[in-house]
Structures are given as structure tokens and as C-alpha cells.
Write a protein that binds this ligand. Structure first.
Ligand code: ATP
Ligand code: MG
Length: 337
């Protein structure tokens, strides 16, 4: 049997660590789908959280947020027997690899990464820290220390994977073939819109439906969702494209005939927003119900989550050290003593 390819991807424990629908369609669904075919590594990126959330209060909340993220993985159907789940800072060799990689990227290159400007605007940061600037370099080390082949991410992360590929190429050209050039795998919905109609649902943006929201919260969020603002009355023809209510119907309502019928009636001014939204509430709550159940199971077992994280770190540490040794040897520094 041929050796399995490797997947690595992860999430930042920001915003309490609660996963939302955007995470699901952008990345989680692909992880669950590919967990048999690939060797799956999932990291909870606490170092990356510090790039925008370094205050004492933020750090104090990290432990719990890390657990929340892991519970989210298990709730959507990641099998802890198959996946290696670990906390980034438990494997600090990644920081040394990051340091080596920083010599291979120019400041101008990381300044051009579009997410930098977005994060600065979102978080009200005028002068980025060196850590925020080197965010994609740390991410490259995350991906490359396990020599991942595939990185399931949302569209917003594509530019970071490009930096990873450039670093791998540059290293290999300078010192010899050590790293694969990983591919980004973008989700079925590349970017899920926010309930406020903004282009991206995000934890830090306050426009998310969380996977653990209870049915009543989901109902309230959907009923207050942004739709086509032209439609003051149900008989005014509406626009389906770029309308988050229909983007969610497409992503989460398995009854395709119902969705097509709603779109047709919406376009021709023969359905009210309330009906479209009520059907979305029903579809979303049906989708979320089994996730909520598994989440409740795991949230009652915090020790199990800690065991999973400890086992994950134990498994990744030697892999990471072996890669670092190989990189140091290739460079002529020699392996760690
Ligand atoms: P933050 O706002 O703090 O950056 P986030 O909601 O963007 O949080 P991350 O932890 O940065 O969450 O992202 C985790 C993964 O989920 C990444 O692969 C990212 O591309 C994907 N993702 C996040 N939001 C969306 C979205 N709205 N649509 C598709 N994918 C998304
Ligand atoms: Mg993000």
C-alpha cells in the first residue's frame, strides 16, 4: 500500500474559540471528508492568536478557547483516533523553523499579503508587530514541519499558502530538496458571507452563526439577517446572487428542489423574505442538531480533550524535530545535539 499523503490545517483560538458555519464550509467539511484518505494534522494556533490578541486578558482565555476548538472538531465528526490534534505552542521546534524561514522572505513580500491590511483594519492596528507581519511565515513552518501535501482552508488563506510554497521552493533551491510544495484545498463555499451581508463571516467580526448556537439563537440570527435591501414588499423582484440567505440555502439546505423554487419565486417577486428565512432556519437547525449533540457529549468531558491534545503533541514533536534536523543538515548547520 502506498504511503498516505498528509494534510495539515488549523484554527486560531480567538473569539472564545467557537467555530462557525464559515469554518465548516471553508475547511472543516474537507477535513472530515478526507480523514481516511490522508494522514490528518490539526493544530490550534495559539501563537497565531497572539499576533492580534496579545493582551493579558486574551492570553488568560486561551486555554479554554483551545479546548473549545478541539470540541468543535470532534463535534463535526473528526475522529480523534485518526486525526492528530495539537496545540501549536506545545511543539516549539516550529518556532526555530520559523526563524530559519524568516531569512528566506523579504519584508516587502509579507507586506503585500492582503490579509495583513485586513487584519490591521479589523483589529484597529496602525503599526503591525513583527509577529503579525510574519504570520504567514509561522504558518509556512506549521505546514512544512510535518511536510504536508494538502492544506484545506477558506479562500482568505490562499495567499498564505502561496507564501508557504515560495518558502519551500527557495529553501530547496538554496540547500537541496527537503520540503514538498503544498497545495491549498479551498472549500465548497470559498468564503461564506456574514449574517450582516459582509463578505466574510468571522469570529472577530461579530457576524457569525456558531455551530453550537441553540435553535432559538439560530432562528433569531436568521430572521434578522441581511437580504436584498430593494425588497420592501414581497412582490418586488429580488436578487439571489450575493444574497447571504440564498448562499446559506445553497450550502446547508439539502432539499435542492425547495431552494430552486424559492430562488425562482424570489426573482419574480412571489415569495416573502419571512418564508425564505423560516425555511433556512429549519434547514440550519437540522444540519446543526447532530453537531450540538456531539458537542454536548464532549463538553462534559474536558479531561478527554486534554488527553487528545497531550497525545497529539507527543506525536508531532518527533516529526517536527526530524524535519528541523533535516533542514539544519541540509543547510550545513548540523542536526541539534
Ligand atoms: P478571525 O476573525 O479571528 O481571523 P476566523 O473566523 O477567520 O477568525 P480562523 O481561525 O482565522 O477563523 O480561520 C480558520 C479556518 O476557517 C481558515 O481556513 C479560514 O480560511 C476558514 N474560514 C474562516 N472564516 C471563513 C468563512 N467565512 N468562509 C470560509 N472559510 C472561512
Ligand atoms: Mg481568520
Amino acid at each position: 500500500m502506498s504511503k498516505k499523503g498528509r494534510i495539515l490545517t488549523g484554527d486560531r483560538p480567538t473569539g472564545g474559540g467557537k467555530p462557525h458555519l464559515g469554518h465548516y464550509v471553508g475547511s472543516f467539511a474537507n477535513r472530515v471528508r478526507l480523514q481516511d484518505e490522508y494522514e490528518l494534522f490539526l493544530l490550534v494556533a495559539d501563537y497565531h492568536a497572539l499576533t492580534t490578541h496579545p493582551s493579558r486578558e486574551d492570553v488568560a482565555g486561551l486555554r479554554d478557547s483551545v479546548r473549545q476548538i478541539v470540541m468543535g472538531y470532534l463535534a463535526v465528526g473528526i475522529d480523534p483516533e485518526k486525526a492528530t490534534i495539537y496545540r501549536q505552542s506545545d511543539v516549539p521546534t516550529v518556532a526555530e523553523l520559523t526563524l530559519l524561514f524568516t531569512m528566506l522572505v523579504t519584508v516587502a513580500r509579507v507586506e503585500r499579503v492582503p490579509t495583513l491590511k485586513e487584519k490591521m483594519a479589523e483589529s484597529g492596528i496602525e503599526n503591525p508587530s513583527l509577529g503579525l507581519l510574519s504570520y504567514p511565515v509561522l504558518q509556512a513552518a506549521d505546514i512544512l514541519h510535518v511536510k504536508a501535501d494538502l492544506v484545506p482552508v477558506g479562500k482568505d488563506q490562499e495567499s498564505h499558502i502561496e507564501v508557504t510554497r515560495e518558502i519551500a521552493r527557495r529553501f530547496n533551491t538554496l540547500y537541496g530538496e527537503v520540503f514538498p510544495e503544498p497545495q491549498a484545498l479551498i472549500g465548497e463555499v470559498p468564503t461564506l458571507m456574514g449574517i450582516d451581508g459582509r463578505a466574510k463571516m468571522g469570529k472577530s467580526l461579530g457576524n457569525a452563526i456558531y455551530l453550537m448556537d441553540d435553535p432559538e439563537t439560530v432562528r433569531q440570527k436568521v430572521m434578522s439577517m441581511y437580504t436584498d435591501p430593494k425588497r420592501i414588499h414581497a412582490h418586488i423582484p429580488g436578487t439571489v446572487e450575493g444574497n447571504p440567505v440564498f448562499q446559506y440555502h445553497d450550502a446547508f439546505n439539502p432539499d435542492k428542489a425547495e431552494v430552486e423554487d424559492l430562488k425562482e419565486r424570489y426573482r419574480t417577486g412571489r415569495v416573502g423574505d419571512v418564508e425564505v428565512k423560516k425555511k433556512l432556519v429549519k434547514a440550519l437547525n437540522a444540519f446543526l442538531e447532530p453537531i450540538r449533540e456531539r458537542y454536548a457529549y464532549y463538553s462534559a468531558r474536558p479531561a478527554l480533550i486534554d488527553d487528545i491534545l497531550a497525545a497529539g503533541a507527543d506525536k508531532v514533536r518527533p516529526i517536527s524535530k526530524a524535519t528541523l534536523d533535516e533542514a539544519r543538515e541540509a543547510m550545513g548547520l548540523g542536526a541539534l545535539r
